[in-house]
Write a protein that binds this ligand. Structure first.
Ligand code: CUA
Length: 313
Protein backbone atom coordinates (compact mmCIF):
# COMPACT_ATOMS: atom_id res chain seq x y z
CA UNK A 1 0.00 0.00 0.00
CA UNK A 2 2.88 2.34 0.74
CA UNK A 3 4.80 1.11 -2.29
CA UNK A 4 2.70 3.04 -4.80
CA UNK A 5 3.02 2.03 -8.46
CA UNK A 6 0.75 4.78 -9.79
CA UNK A 7 -0.56 8.28 -9.06
CA UNK A 8 -3.78 7.16 -7.34
CA UNK A 9 -2.01 4.92 -4.85
CA UNK A 10 0.64 7.63 -4.34
CA UNK A 11 -2.04 10.17 -3.36
CA UNK A 12 -3.58 7.72 -0.92
CA UNK A 13 -0.17 6.91 0.55
CA UNK A 14 0.49 10.67 1.03
CA UNK A 15 -2.79 10.98 2.95
CA UNK A 16 -1.84 7.95 5.04
CA UNK A 17 1.56 9.47 5.95
CA UNK A 18 -0.07 12.79 6.86
CA UNK A 19 -2.61 11.05 9.09
CA UNK A 20 0.10 8.95 10.71
CA UNK A 21 2.31 12.00 11.39
CA UNK A 22 -0.52 14.00 12.97
CA UNK A 23 -1.58 11.03 15.09
CA UNK A 24 1.99 10.32 16.24
CA UNK A 25 2.49 13.96 17.31
CA UNK A 26 -0.85 13.96 19.19
CA UNK A 27 -0.10 10.62 20.84
CA UNK A 28 3.36 11.71 21.99
CA UNK A 29 1.99 15.05 23.27
CA UNK A 30 -0.83 13.37 25.22
CA UNK A 31 1.52 10.78 26.72
CA UNK A 32 4.03 13.52 27.70
CA UNK A 33 1.33 15.54 29.45
CA UNK A 34 0.06 12.42 31.16
CA UNK A 35 3.58 11.60 32.42
CA UNK A 36 4.06 15.19 33.56
CA UNK A 37 0.74 15.11 35.45
CA UNK A 38 1.74 11.89 37.20
CA UNK A 39 5.18 13.26 38.09
CA UNK A 40 3.90 16.49 39.68
CA UNK A 41 0.85 15.01 41.39
CA UNK A 42 1.06 15.08 45.18
CA UNK A 43 1.63 11.52 46.33
CA UNK A 44 0.35 9.74 49.37
CA UNK A 45 3.07 8.23 51.55
CA UNK A 46 2.96 5.34 54.02
CA UNK A 47 1.30 7.54 56.57
CA UNK A 48 -0.33 10.32 54.51
CA UNK A 49 -3.36 10.24 52.26
CA UNK A 50 -2.88 11.47 48.64
CA UNK A 51 -3.91 15.07 48.06
CA UNK A 52 -6.49 14.99 45.31
CA UNK A 53 -7.95 18.43 45.89
CA UNK A 54 -7.38 21.05 43.20
CA UNK A 55 -5.79 23.40 45.71
CA UNK A 56 -3.55 25.97 44.06
CA UNK A 57 -4.56 25.00 40.49
CA UNK A 58 -5.56 27.77 38.16
CA UNK A 59 -9.03 27.35 36.67
CA UNK A 60 -9.11 24.46 34.19
CA UNK A 61 -11.45 26.18 31.76
CA UNK A 62 -8.86 27.69 29.43
CA UNK A 63 -6.83 24.45 29.24
CA UNK A 64 -9.92 22.48 28.25
CA UNK A 65 -10.72 25.21 25.70
CA UNK A 66 -7.22 24.99 24.18
CA UNK A 67 -7.53 21.17 24.05
CA UNK A 68 -10.85 21.36 22.18
CA UNK A 69 -9.52 24.01 19.78
CA UNK A 70 -6.36 22.03 18.93
CA UNK A 71 -8.35 18.80 18.43
CA UNK A 72 -10.87 20.56 16.19
CA UNK A 73 -8.18 22.15 14.04
CA UNK A 74 -6.31 18.85 13.60
CA UNK A 75 -9.40 16.73 12.91
CA UNK A 76 -10.81 19.25 10.46
CA UNK A 77 -7.40 19.47 8.81
CA UNK A 78 -7.45 15.71 8.24
CA UNK A 79 -11.01 15.93 6.95
CA UNK A 80 -10.01 18.61 4.44
CA UNK A 81 -6.94 16.59 3.38
CA UNK A 82 -9.16 13.56 2.85
CA UNK A 83 -11.68 15.49 0.73
CA UNK A 84 -8.87 17.07 -1.32
CA UNK A 85 -7.36 13.61 -1.95
CA UNK A 86 -10.72 12.30 -3.12
CA UNK A 87 -11.18 15.27 -5.44
CA UNK A 88 -7.67 14.94 -6.85
CA UNK A 89 -8.32 11.24 -7.59
CA UNK A 90 -11.59 12.10 -9.33
CA UNK A 91 -10.01 14.84 -11.47
CA UNK A 92 -7.12 12.82 -12.88
CA UNK A 93 -7.28 12.56 -16.67
CA UNK A 94 -8.57 9.34 -18.19
CA UNK A 95 -8.09 9.85 -21.90
CA UNK A 96 -7.44 6.86 -24.11
CA UNK A 97 -8.25 4.50 -21.24
CA UNK A 98 -8.30 0.73 -21.36
CA UNK A 99 -11.80 -0.46 -20.48
CA UNK A 100 -12.15 -3.65 -18.52
CA UNK A 101 -15.23 -5.22 -16.94
CA UNK A 102 -14.64 -7.22 -13.78
CA UNK A 103 -17.33 -9.45 -12.30
CA UNK A 104 -16.73 -11.00 -8.90
CA UNK A 105 -17.99 -14.50 -8.27
CA UNK A 106 -17.65 -16.74 -5.24
CA UNK A 107 -14.56 -17.14 -5.38
CA UNK A 108 -12.94 -15.90 -8.57
CA UNK A 109 -12.75 -12.90 -10.89
CA UNK A 110 -14.16 -12.77 -14.40
CA UNK A 111 -12.32 -10.18 -16.49
CA UNK A 112 -13.66 -8.98 -19.85
CA UNK A 113 -11.56 -6.69 -22.06
CA UNK A 114 -13.94 -4.35 -23.85
CA UNK A 115 -13.44 -3.07 -27.36
CA UNK A 116 -15.58 -0.97 -29.70
CA UNK A 117 -15.06 -3.78 -32.21
CA UNK A 118 -17.05 -6.73 -30.80
CA UNK A 119 -14.79 -9.43 -32.24
CA UNK A 120 -11.87 -7.97 -30.29
CA UNK A 121 -13.57 -8.46 -26.91
CA UNK A 122 -12.10 -11.30 -24.88
CA UNK A 123 -12.49 -12.86 -21.46
CA UNK A 124 -9.95 -14.09 -18.92
CA UNK A 125 -10.06 -15.01 -15.26
CA UNK A 126 -8.10 -13.98 -12.18
CA UNK A 127 -5.44 -12.15 -14.22
CA UNK A 128 -5.62 -8.47 -15.03
CA UNK A 129 -3.01 -7.41 -17.58
CA UNK A 130 -2.68 -3.66 -18.06
CA UNK A 131 -0.43 -1.39 -20.12
CA UNK A 132 2.03 0.81 -18.22
CA UNK A 133 1.32 4.54 -18.37
CA UNK A 134 -2.22 4.20 -19.77
CA UNK A 135 -5.26 4.76 -17.54
CA UNK A 136 -7.46 1.77 -16.83
CA UNK A 137 -11.18 2.10 -16.19
CA UNK A 138 -12.50 -1.00 -14.47
CA UNK A 139 -16.27 -1.48 -14.35
CA UNK A 140 -17.18 -3.58 -11.33
CA UNK A 141 -20.11 -5.92 -10.82
CA UNK A 142 -20.88 -8.80 -8.47
CA UNK A 143 -22.61 -12.01 -9.42
CA UNK A 144 -23.68 -13.25 -5.99
CA UNK A 145 -22.66 -11.40 -2.83
CA UNK A 146 -20.66 -8.27 -2.03
CA UNK A 147 -16.95 -8.49 -2.81
CA UNK A 148 -14.28 -5.79 -2.85
CA UNK A 149 -11.62 -5.10 -5.48
CA UNK A 150 -8.28 -4.11 -3.99
CA UNK A 151 -4.86 -3.71 -5.60
CA UNK A 152 -3.00 -1.87 -2.83
CA UNK A 153 -0.13 -0.72 -5.08
CA UNK A 154 -2.55 0.92 -7.54
CA UNK A 155 -5.59 2.27 -5.68
CA UNK A 156 -7.84 1.94 -2.65
CA UNK A 157 -10.66 -0.57 -2.25
CA UNK A 158 -13.89 -0.55 -4.19
CA UNK A 159 -16.87 -2.74 -3.38
CA UNK A 160 -18.63 -4.86 -5.99
CA UNK A 161 -22.33 -4.93 -5.14
CA UNK A 162 -24.92 -7.24 -6.74
CA UNK A 163 -27.30 -5.23 -8.93
CA UNK A 164 -25.09 -2.14 -8.97
CA UNK A 165 -22.36 -1.10 -11.34
CA UNK A 166 -19.41 0.93 -10.06
CA UNK A 167 -16.08 1.88 -11.55
CA UNK A 168 -12.53 2.26 -10.33
CA UNK A 169 -9.90 4.10 -12.34
CA UNK A 170 -6.16 3.90 -11.95
CA UNK A 171 -2.86 3.90 -13.79
CA UNK A 172 0.35 1.93 -13.29
CA UNK A 173 3.48 3.97 -13.94
CA UNK A 174 5.93 1.12 -13.53
CA UNK A 175 5.83 -2.35 -15.01
CA UNK A 176 5.61 -5.26 -12.64
CA UNK A 177 3.33 -7.73 -10.98
CA UNK A 178 0.97 -6.67 -8.23
CA UNK A 179 -1.29 -8.71 -6.04
CA UNK A 180 -5.02 -8.03 -6.03
CA UNK A 181 -7.30 -9.19 -3.25
CA UNK A 182 -10.94 -9.50 -2.40
CA UNK A 183 -11.26 -7.15 0.55
CA UNK A 184 -14.81 -7.86 1.69
CA UNK A 185 -15.76 -11.07 3.47
CA UNK A 186 -17.77 -13.01 0.89
CA UNK A 187 -17.89 -16.58 2.16
CA UNK A 188 -15.74 -19.56 3.08
CA UNK A 189 -13.02 -18.93 0.51
CA UNK A 190 -12.83 -15.14 0.82
CA UNK A 191 -9.18 -15.41 1.88
CA UNK A 192 -8.37 -17.31 -1.34
CA UNK A 193 -9.92 -14.89 -3.79
CA UNK A 194 -6.84 -13.25 -5.18
CA UNK A 195 -5.91 -12.06 -8.66
CA UNK A 196 -2.68 -11.17 -10.39
CA UNK A 197 -2.22 -7.73 -11.90
CA UNK A 198 0.53 -7.58 -14.50
CA UNK A 199 1.59 -4.19 -15.87
CA UNK A 200 3.44 -4.44 -19.19
CA UNK A 201 4.81 -1.99 -21.73
CA UNK A 202 2.26 -1.02 -24.39
CA UNK A 203 3.86 -3.35 -26.99
CA UNK A 204 4.00 -6.38 -24.74
CA UNK A 205 0.46 -5.71 -23.54
CA UNK A 206 -0.79 -5.58 -27.15
CA UNK A 207 0.99 -8.86 -27.92
CA UNK A 208 -0.56 -10.48 -24.83
CA UNK A 209 -4.05 -9.22 -25.77
CA UNK A 210 -3.67 -10.52 -29.34
CA UNK A 211 -2.73 -13.95 -28.03
CA UNK A 212 -5.72 -13.95 -25.66
CA UNK A 213 -8.10 -13.03 -28.50
CA UNK A 214 -7.16 -16.15 -30.46
CA UNK A 215 -9.45 -19.15 -30.00
CA UNK A 216 -7.93 -22.31 -28.58
CA UNK A 217 -5.83 -24.18 -31.12
CA UNK A 218 -6.83 -27.70 -32.11
CA UNK A 219 -4.78 -30.12 -30.04
CA UNK A 220 -2.34 -32.46 -31.73
CA UNK A 221 -1.56 -35.82 -30.23
CA UNK A 222 -3.95 -38.59 -29.21
CA UNK A 223 -3.95 -37.81 -25.48
CA UNK A 224 -4.79 -34.14 -25.95
CA UNK A 225 -7.51 -34.96 -28.46
CA UNK A 226 -8.99 -37.49 -26.08
CA UNK A 227 -8.79 -34.83 -23.33
CA UNK A 228 -10.77 -32.40 -25.43
CA UNK A 229 -13.39 -35.07 -26.13
CA UNK A 230 -13.70 -35.68 -22.38
CA UNK A 231 -13.98 -31.97 -21.71
CA UNK A 232 -16.73 -31.52 -24.28
CA UNK A 233 -18.67 -34.66 -23.41
CA UNK A 234 -18.37 -34.49 -19.63
CA UNK A 235 -19.53 -31.97 -17.06
CA UNK A 236 -16.68 -29.42 -17.62
CA UNK A 237 -18.49 -27.64 -20.42
CA UNK A 238 -21.60 -27.11 -18.28
CA UNK A 239 -19.75 -24.31 -16.47
CA UNK A 240 -16.60 -23.45 -18.45
CA UNK A 241 -15.97 -21.92 -21.87
CA UNK A 242 -13.15 -22.62 -24.32
CA UNK A 243 -13.32 -20.33 -27.35
CA UNK A 244 -13.07 -22.26 -30.59
CA UNK A 245 -14.99 -25.25 -29.15
CA UNK A 246 -18.64 -25.84 -28.33
CA UNK A 247 -17.98 -25.07 -24.64
CA UNK A 248 -19.30 -21.59 -23.94
CA UNK A 249 -20.77 -21.59 -20.44
CA UNK A 250 -20.15 -18.57 -18.25
CA UNK A 251 -20.59 -19.99 -14.77
CA UNK A 252 -16.89 -20.63 -14.17
CA UNK A 253 -13.58 -19.26 -15.49
CA UNK A 254 -13.04 -19.11 -19.26
CA UNK A 255 -10.32 -21.68 -19.94
CA UNK A 256 -9.37 -20.68 -23.50
CA UNK A 257 -5.83 -19.82 -22.39
CA UNK A 258 -5.75 -21.39 -18.94
CA UNK A 259 -2.24 -22.80 -19.40
CA UNK A 260 -0.86 -19.27 -19.85
CA UNK A 261 -1.93 -18.25 -16.33
CA UNK A 262 0.41 -18.17 -13.37
CA UNK A 263 -2.14 -19.43 -10.86
CA UNK A 264 -5.18 -21.66 -10.58
CA UNK A 265 -8.29 -21.23 -8.43
CA UNK A 266 -7.89 -17.46 -7.90
CA UNK A 267 -4.36 -17.49 -6.57
CA UNK A 268 -4.82 -20.64 -4.49
CA UNK A 269 -2.38 -22.83 -6.49
CA UNK A 270 0.61 -22.31 -8.74
CA UNK A 271 -0.40 -23.48 -12.21
CA UNK A 272 1.35 -26.79 -12.92
CA UNK A 273 0.08 -30.07 -14.43
CA UNK A 274 0.17 -31.64 -10.94
CA UNK A 275 -1.86 -28.90 -9.24
CA UNK A 276 -4.28 -28.83 -12.18
CA UNK A 277 -4.87 -32.58 -11.80
CA UNK A 278 -5.32 -32.19 -8.03
CA UNK A 279 -7.74 -29.30 -8.55
CA UNK A 280 -9.89 -31.23 -11.06
CA UNK A 281 -9.96 -34.33 -8.85
CA UNK A 282 -10.71 -32.82 -5.46
CA UNK A 283 -11.29 -29.07 -5.44
CA UNK A 284 -13.29 -29.31 -2.22
CA UNK A 285 -10.17 -30.40 -0.33
CA UNK A 286 -8.18 -27.46 -1.72
CA UNK A 287 -10.90 -24.81 -1.55
CA UNK A 288 -13.86 -26.05 0.54
CA UNK A 289 -17.05 -24.26 -0.40
CA UNK A 290 -15.96 -23.36 -3.94
CA UNK A 291 -18.49 -24.16 -6.68
CA UNK A 292 -16.19 -26.58 -8.52
CA UNK A 293 -17.41 -30.15 -7.89
CA UNK A 294 -15.30 -33.24 -7.30
CA UNK A 295 -14.44 -35.32 -10.39
CA UNK A 296 -13.35 -38.87 -9.74
CA UNK A 297 -11.96 -39.75 -13.15
CA UNK A 298 -10.01 -42.86 -14.15
CA UNK A 299 -6.36 -41.91 -14.04
CA UNK A 300 -5.78 -42.10 -17.82
CA UNK A 301 -8.83 -39.88 -18.42
CA UNK A 302 -7.49 -37.38 -15.91
CA UNK A 303 -4.08 -37.46 -17.58
CA UNK A 304 -5.67 -36.89 -21.00
CA UNK A 305 -7.74 -33.97 -19.68
CA UNK A 306 -4.69 -32.35 -18.10
CA UNK A 307 -2.68 -32.91 -21.29
CA UNK A 308 -5.39 -31.11 -23.26
CA UNK A 309 -5.73 -28.21 -20.81
CA UNK A 310 -1.95 -27.78 -20.81
CA UNK A 311 -2.09 -27.12 -24.56
CA UNK A 312 -4.30 -24.07 -23.94
CA UNK A 313 -1.46 -21.55 -23.82
CU1 CUA B 1 -14.85 -12.13 -2.61
CU2 CUA B 1 -14.17 -11.79 -0.37
Amino acid sequence: MLDAAGPQAARIADLWWLTLSVCVVVFVAVMAMFAWALWRAPRGGANTAPDIALGGERPLGWRVGVGIAVSSVLLNGLLVASVLTDRALALMPFDNALNVRVTAHQYWWEIVYDDPQPDRIFTTANELYIPVGRPVVVTLQADDVIHSFWVPELHGKKDLIPGRTTTIRFRADISGEFVGRCAEYCGLQHAFMAFDVVALSEDRFAAWADAQRKPAADPSGAAAQRGRELFLSGSCMLCHAIQGTTANARKAPDLTHVASRAHLAAGRLANTPQTLAAWITDPQRIKPGANMPTHLLPSDDLAALVTYLETLK
